[in-house]
Design a protein around this ligand. Structure first.
Ligand SMILES: Cc1cc2nc3c(=O)[nH]c(=O)nc-3n(C[C@H](O)[C@H](O)[C@H](O)COP(=O)(O)OP(=O)(O)OC[C@H]3O[C@@H](n4cnc5c(N)ncnc54)[C@H](O)[C@@H]3O)c2cc1C
Length: 368
C-alpha cells in the first residue's frame, strides 16, 4: 500500500509536490501556517523552462518577458531581446492555489506545524513526512541574503521587460519586474543589512525616472537561503524528506527559487512513486550540477574586489550570462566564456560544493 504523505508548507515546493503525488494516487495532507499560499515577498519571475516540470496555465501568466536590460554602476551594460519569451511573471499566489485545487490533497491553512514534534511522531510510523517549509527548514548556518521588495503602482512600464541593476561595490542586485500592466516589483537582494538595503532601495526608486512617482502598494523584507542545493539535507531521517528552499533549492547567483523548488519536488515525487532513490532523481534533473556551478561563481564574486566584479560581469555577453543564470548551459561553452574557471568546473563533476563550509571559514566575506 502507498504511504500517506504529510507535507509541511504550501509554497512552490509543497504545492507542486501535493499536485504531483495526489495525481499519482497518494493520499496527501498539506499543512500551511498562513491563511493562503504565496504570502512571501517575491518578484514572481520564472524562466519558461519551468514548463518542463509543471503547468503554468496561460490565464495565470501576468507578463511575457522577452527583453532583459542589465545595468552596471548605473550605466546600461547590455540590453537583450530574446526570440520567443525568456520567461514569465506569474500570478504566484493563484498559481499555488491552482496546484492545490487541482490536487486531491487535503489542505489545512492556518495550521503551523511543530516540525520537531512531527519528527518524533514520525518515528516508526508508516506515513512519509516532507518538509517543504522554505527558509525556516534550512540549515541554521546556511548563507543568507537579505532582500527588500516594494510593489508599486506606476503610470507605465513596458510589460515585457525586466531590469537588473548591479552595483560592483557589493554582491547582489536590484531588480524591476512588471506585474501585470500597472504595477512593478522593485527590490534589492544583497549581503548587506536591512537598514542599508532600505536606504539603498529608496534612493534607487527616487532616481529611477520610470518608477520614481510610483505609489507604494506593499513593502516587505525577507531573507533567502543562498548557499545552493544541499543534497545531504534532502533525506532527514527514515521517511522524512525535505524539498525546496529547505534544502537550498535557490540558484545562488540569481535568487531564483520557484523553478528549482518545483524540480526538487518533481524528483521526490518520482522517487516515491517509482520507489527509487530521491538523491538519484535529484541528480537526474541536473540541478545539483548547475547549482555547483552557481556556487563557484557566487563564491568568486564574493571574494573579488569591486573592480574584478565589474570586469566579471562585463566580460561575458548577456545571452551567455542568462544561460549561466538559468542553469541552461553547455559546460564546454561555459568554460570558453569563463576560462579562468575551467579547471574548477572540471572538478565539480566529481565533487559537490558545500558553500556553507567555505563561508563559515570566511565569515567576514559573507558579511561584506
Ligand atoms: C524578495 C524575494 C524575491 C524573490 N523573487 C523570486 C522570483 O522572482 N523568482 C523566483 O523563482 N524566486 C524568487 N524568490 C525566491 C522564492 O520565493 C523562494 O525560493 C521559493 O518561494 C521557495 O519555495 P518553497 O516552497 O521552498 O518555500 P516558501 O515559498 O518559503 O514556502 C514555504 C511555506 O511553508 C510554510 N511554513 C513554514 N513553516 C511551516 C510550519 N511549521 N507549518 C506549516 N507551514 C509552514 C510557509 O508559511 C510558506 O508558505 C524570491 C525571494 C524573495 C525573498
Amino acid at each position: 500500500m502507498r504511504p500517506r504523505i504529510i507535507i509541511v508548507g504550501a509554497g512552490p515546493a509543497g504545492s507542486s509536490l501535493a499536485y504531483y503525488l495526489s495525481r499519482q494516487g497518494f493520499e496527501v495532507e498539506v499543512y500551511e501556517s498562513h491563511q493562503k499560499p504565496g504570502n512571501r515577498p517575491c518578484a514572481w519571475g520564472v524562466p519558461k523552462q519551468i514548463e518542463r516540470f509543471i503547468d503554468i496555465p496561460k490565464e495565470l501568466v501576468l507578463n511575457y518577458i522577452d527583453v532583459i536590460d542589465l545595468y552596471l554602476n548605473k550605466k546600461l551594460l547590455y540590453s537583450a531581446e530574446f526570440k520567443g519569451e525568456w520567461g514569465y511573471v506569474i500570478d504566484k499566489p493563484n498559481w499555488l492555489k491552482y496546484l492545490l485545487d487541482n490536487s486531491k490533497a487535503t489542505v489545512k491553512f492556518r495550521h503551523p506545524y511543530d516540525t520537531k514534534k512531527l519528527y518524533r511522531q514520525n518515528e516508526g510510523e508508516e506515513h512519509v513526512l516532507v518538509l517543504a517549509n522554505g527558509r525556516t527548514g534550512a540549515n541554521e548556518s546556511s548563507l543568507k541574503l537579505n532582500a527588500i521588495e516594494y510593489v508599486l503602482e506606476v503610470d507605465s512600464w513596458p510589460n515585457n521587460k525586466i531590469e537588473f541593476w548591479f552595483d560592483s561595490s557589493f554582491v547582489g542586485y536590484t531588480w524591476v519586474f512588471p506585474r501585470g500592466d500597472k504595477h512593478v516589483s522593485v527590490g534589492v537582494g544583497a549581503f548587506k543589512s536591512f537598514s542599508f538595503l532600505n536606504k539603498y532601495l529608496d534612493e534607487f526608486i527616487k532616481n529611477h525616472p520610470k518608477i520614481c512617482s510610483g505609489r507604494t502598494i506593499t513593502k516587505k523584507g525577507d531573507f533567502l537561503v543562498i548557499s545552493g542545493l544541499r543534497i545531504d539535507k534532502a533525506i532527514r531521517a527514515k521517511n522524512v524528506f525535505a524539498v525546496g528552499e529547505a534544502i537550498g533549492a535557490v540558484f545562488p547567483i540569481t535568487g531564483e527559487g520557484i523553478r528549482p523548488s518545483v524540480m526538487t519536488s518533481f524528483a521526490l515525487s518520482r522517487a516515491l512513486s517509482h520507489e527509487t532513490s530521491y538523491i538519484n532523481e535529484l541528480r537526474k534533473t541536473g540541478l545539483p550540477f548547475a547549482m555547483n556551478i552557481h556556487k563557484v561563481v557566487l563564491w568568486m564574486a564574493m571574494s573579488s574586489t569591486p573592480e574584478e566584479r565589474a570586469q566579471l560581469l562585463s566580460s561575458v555577453p548577456l545571452e551567455k550570462s542568462v544561460l549561466l543564470a538559468t542553469g541552461e548551459f553547455d559546460i564546454e561553452e561555459l568554460k570558453n566564456s569563463y576560462p579562468f574557471l575551467a579547471e574548477i568546473f572540471d572538478n565539480l563533476e566529481k565533487n559537490d560544493v558545500i558553500l556553507d563550509e567555505y563561508v563559515n571559514q570566511h565569515k567576514e566575506l559573507a558579511e561584506m
